[in-house]
Design a protein around this ligand. Structure first.
Ligand code: MEV
Length: 444
């Protein structure tokens, strides 16, 4: 094993020192690399310090585009949705789906529930029956022990909603679980939930081991871990679009409305059935969801993990969205768990998250759930519509042309020549390069 690049005390070094170590270890002391990296430091020291505070060993910033998708009619209100995403054509697709549904009734949403869950996992030599028999005593003790921690959340209308024991002893020998459900109002609530769970853990262990509630040989509870669950199937929002079949046509597809509807439904049914297709289909939904989740400073890993688990809730991974055609009405909809917050955490710290929330009109968590679900469904609609009509590459490569132009270092008038030459032609990296190599003349 080579220890060439091992380093002692890295976290204690200043940013300069970290950068110097990196440049000497990986870039042959090339000073220009240091310049490139520091080029992305924020020009205001104060803002850079805020960004530095989000993580550890920060040496620079990684930029992603912050875009907006306008014209989203959601429950009768027009919204402009902020999106942070690097993939060409995602924002364009969202905007075109928004415009499409703007004149067809828009997106209708409904928050079904906002309950979040957390668990204390513990080992114990007793049985579920014994826990059940003392449940009332135990729960009331636990609630008393965390009263100070929940008081503020209760003032905001939230707090602990329920407690129950779950038995894992059959699968895991001696493992039990305390499951707590919470309402965290406008905050995502991770810190609140984890703090309460840890206090529950200490209290539960004390109560079982230090009191005489159980006989002496059962005073051996051991808390393994206390943590919220990112699987929040009850923090759920429903979103749908619908219109009479004959209104489904539009300028961006040439097929008749009816053909489009049936091909679209078939594509969704395929994704409801085949996991290989379902993963890509749902990835399209998360193109939209992740983008607004990132823009608003929420935890996109938690949202993704939960969404994918929800997609597999019946034991097979399936499309999150559904399509129905009944009585000549096209209906496209999904239920999606979205544990989002609009106060606390990064939402209040990241300068661009604050702006994103301002664009959205300082939404409540439930409003943000509704907007996010609408963006996910819009993205899915646009992708599937392209797939069953023009094919995905048509729009995608058109948006990707700019990346190819940048990659080849083409600028100014020559870039314009590329854009106009490829306006009606098939775009590929090699075709653009050939066009450039030909001196920006027609390529045969
Ligand atoms: C690409 O980022 C997303 C799509 O593949 C989604 C889909 O296939 O439905 C276009």
């Amino acid at each position: 094993m080579s220890l060439n690049h091992a380093v002692e005390g890295f976290s204690k070094m200043s940013k300069e020192q970290k950068l110097d170590w990196l440049i000497s270890s990986y870039f042959d002391n090339d000073a220009s690399v240091k310049e490139q990296i520091s080029h992305f430091w924020h020009r205001f020291q104060e803002t850079q310090e805020v960004l530095d505070g989000f993580s550890e060993n920060v040496i620079s910033n990684h930029y992603l585009p912050f875009s907006v998708a306008p014209n989203f009619l959601i429950d009768g209100e027009i919204k402009t949705l902020p999106m942070v995403i690097e993939e060409s054509s995602v924002v364009a697709a969202a905007s075109s789906a928004a415009k499409f549904w703007l004149t067809r009734g828009g997106f209708k949403t409904k928050v079904i529930s906002t309950v979040k869950l957390g668990h204390v996992h513990f080992t114990w030599s007793g049985s579920m029956e014994m826990l059940k028999a003392e449940e009332e005593n135990i729960f009331s003790y636990l609630k008393d022990e965390v009263a100070d921690l929940v008081i503020n959340m209760e003032k905001r209308g939230g707090g602990i909603r329920s407690l129950k024991f779950k038995d894992f002893s059959e699968q895991l020998g001696d493992v039990f679980q305390l499951e707590a459900s919470f309402e965290t109002c406008d905050s995502m609530g991770a810190n609140f939930i984890n703090t309460v769970l840890e206090a529950f853990g200490t209290a539960l262990e004390d109560f079982i081991n230090e009191t005489e509630i159980f006989p002496e040989n059962y005073r051996d509870a051991d808390i393994i871990m206390c943590i919220l669950s990112n699987y929040t199937p009850e923090c759920l929002v429903r979103v749908e679009v619908s219109c009479p079949l004959d209104q489904l046509g539009g300028p961006i597809n040439e097929k008749s409305a009816k053909t489009l509807a049936y091909r679209f439904k078939k594509a969704v049914d395929i994704a409801r059935t085949d996991t290989y297709r379902a993963v890509t289909h749902n990835k399209g939904i998360f193109n939209g969801i992740d983008a607004i989740v990132l823009a608003t400073g929420n935890d996109f890993r938690a949202i993704e993990a939960c969404g994918h688990a929800f997609a597999a809730k019946d034991g097979t991974y399936r499309s999150l969205s559904y399509c129905e055609i009944e009585n000549n009405v096209f209906r496209f909809y999904m239920d999606i768990p979205l544990a989002l917050g609009t106060v606390g955490g990064l939402t209040a710290l990241h300068p661009m998250s604050k702006i994103a929330l301002k664009i959205l009109g300082q939404p409540s968590a439930q409003q943000l759930m509704r907007y996010t679900a609408a963006l996910g469904l819009a993205q899915n609609f646009a992708a599937v519509k392209s797939l069953v009509t023009t094919g995905i590459q048509h729009g995608h490569m058109r948006m990707h042309l700019q990346n190819i132009i940048n990659h080849l270092g083409i600028k100014g008038e020559e870039a314009k020549k590329v854009e106009s030459y490829f306006a009606d032609k098939k775009i590929s990296f090699s075709a653009v390069r050939a066009f450039a190599e030909s001196g920006f003349n027609v390529v045969n």
